[in-house]
Design a protein around this ligand. Sequence first.
Ligand SMILES: [Zn+2]
Length: 288
Amino acid sequence: MPLVSSTPMLQAARAGGYCIGAFNVHTLEMLQAAVEAAEELRSPIILQTTVGTVKHLGPDYIAAAATVAANRSSVPIALHLDHCSDFDLIVRCIRAGYTSVMIDASPFPFDENVRLTAKVVEVARAAGVNVEAELGKVGGVEDDIVVDERDALLADPDECERFVRLTGVPTLAPAIGTAHGIYKGEPRIDFDRIRRIAERVAVPLVLHGGSGIPDDQVRECIRLGMSKMNVATELRIVFSDAIKAVFASNPDENDPRKYMVPAKQALREAVAAKIRLCGSAGKAGGPL
Ligand SMILES: [Zn+2]
């Protein structure tokens, strides 16, 4: 099937009390590994790229690869642009074939966040593309967006309600205490805040910073209403470690297939584990 908007799969996840994994990919092999894991488990999946990866590879190359994967696949696949504050780049990605975009105007004051998000929603809606916006600030580092972890502000439930009403945004990423990258200690997730936001907001909620959150805490986030989980850092580490292991045992290896194949296999297993944790296995329909 063609690439699909992530809106319906996320709404189904919210209604069904499970979550869809959104996996950051940087190479063709990473993209293939994620899709193979989703097919094996009959799960819908979101492939996502950061602005950095879009600039590195080009949105048209990424969309072309994701489109081929989707056309060959029988599970729903969406392609999402993660954390973008550049309206023109969002439009370029939609034109290239992305089926979901994130406008991250969270560093701006509330009214400006509303204005910028509503502008993206208008463009995306006409193209049948999902939009995700952020309220509050997720801690840590993601590409060139840096937030001092101590100053990370959590999303206010009343503001979340107003924000969704004013923008019409179909997916919301409220800051609830998670951080990007790998946690130095235990994450301090504000579970009660998730519950209060989910009570006021009917749209699917997105959990950012999914790398390194203990499984039981992820399950609690999903139970409380998180319908999409972003995983980036953990996957990069798995992929890179598998390549390092090849060179550790054979420093003279010079055939990319010899190190990409084990890296792809390791990533496929890591994505499969996250899909099981999300509870989305079997949700694509068909035999499991
Ligand atoms: Zn994020």
